[in-house]
Design a protein around this ligand. Structure first.
Ligand code: SF4
Ligand code: SF4
Length: 331
């Protein structure tokens, strides 16, 4: 019988990683968008002061009741830059805590918007959607971010039905004024569209996933702008061997089934869903509680008082790479 991991250890040290889906409103309509991510059913929060107060309370609470001192927050959508309160929201978080803010954006806001607001972001992943993106504009946005000391990565969504345009777009990105990183991303099926790559296309994405590394200045900025922790876990195998796993190795080998294991979701990482639910992307109940806390609870500050501890996984499969790689062990 093949040996399998029985324990994973990643080292987040004093850092709590939070992914927060701020809405599912988007100005693009990509055919491969994840189900529920652009249907506009969950609007941006008008009461941004209340939401930010609640999130700051959550960070205060972790600081007081755990080893966490720094916070890495990714703001996701939909398209997060369409939230008119995004700049104030980020500014307030940074005022209160040691927070590194990352957004994933389609880059469609005007150049003036990016010039004015890039100071609120530490990292921006700009996703290029071949049927929607104006590539000249995309390049200008990435260059503005670079010039404003933001760690920017261009992420080309490789659509097999528009393959030639995608490869041409990559060449066009390489003509940018500054050398930011360019990565390629394969697409996943959704309920409306099945994605099929030819062997050559799959190989191209695999070999070129990081098709352009950033200039050394980009890498230097990266060191200062993002927190470093050991995201790729050390695995202990059933035969006693120990080694580091590649980031998606557990999923590729079907080692991502942890029902009954102890898992550090809630300790090192949180996912705040578009309805405000505080959980993992897996939907697991946290802290050993029988209900989910909710960031939009009007009494969140009074109610959010969990004992921060690992959970016992109740899920059949773990599908988010970040969460697969959290510290966990078979019990
Ligand atoms: S830009 Fe992103 S969120 Fe918007 S439709 Fe495309 S994939 Fe979905
Ligand atoms: S599915 Fe959730 S609880 Fe289970 S291992 Fe993954 S992150 Fe942890």
């Amino acid at each position: 019988m093949l040996s399998e991991p029985i324990k994973l250890v990643s080292n987040y040290r004093d850092i709590l990683n939070i992914a927060y889906m701020v809405s599912n409103v988007c100005n693009y309509k990509c055919s491969y968008c994840f189900d529920g991510c652009n249907d506009g059913t969950k609007r941006f929060k008008e009461d941004w002061i209340k939401v930010s107060d609640n999130l700051i309370h959550l960070l205060d609470y972790y600081k007081e009741h755990s080893t966490k001192k720094k916070f890495e927050i990714s703001l996701l959508g939909g398209e997060p830059t369409l939230w008119k309160h995004l700049p104030e929201f980020c500014s307030k978080l940074k005022l209160h805590h040691n927070v590194s803010i990352m957004i994933i954006s389609n880059g469609s806001r005007t150049l003036d918007w990016w010039k004015e607001n890039s100071k609120y972001f530490d990292q921006v992943v700009l996703s290029l959607h071949i049927q929607e993106t104006n590539i000249d504009h995309f390049i200008s946005v990435a260059d503005i971010l670079y010039e404003n000391n933001v760690v920017v990565t261009g992420l080309v969504m490789m659509d097999p039905d528009h393959w030639m345009q995608c490869t041409e777009a990559i060449e066009q990105l390489k003509t940018s004024k500054h050398t930011w990183a360019i990565n390629l991303q394969s697409l996943e099926d959704n309920s409306k569209r099945k994605i099929t790559y030819t062997d050559e296309q799959a190989e191209f994405i695999k070999v070129n996933s990081l098709i352009r590394r950033g200039h050394w200045l980009y890498l230097l900025k990266n060191m200062f702008k993002s927190y470093y922790y050991q995201k790729e876990p050390i695995a202990t195998f059933s035969d006693g061997n120990k080694r580091k796993l590649q980031s998606n190795e557990a999923i590729l080998n079907d080692w991502n089934h942890f029902k009954g294991w102890s898992c550090n979701i809630g300790v090192d990482r949180l996912f705040i869903n578009v309805d405000g639910t505080v959980s993992g992307t897996c939907g697991q109940l946290l802290y050993g509680e029988k209900y989910h806390y909710n960031l939009y609870d009007i009494n969140f500050k009074e109610n959010f008082c969990p004992v921060i501890k690992p959970v016992v996984c109740q899920k059949e499969s773990c599908l988010c790479v970040t969460e697969v790689n959290l510290t966990k062990k078979k019990v």
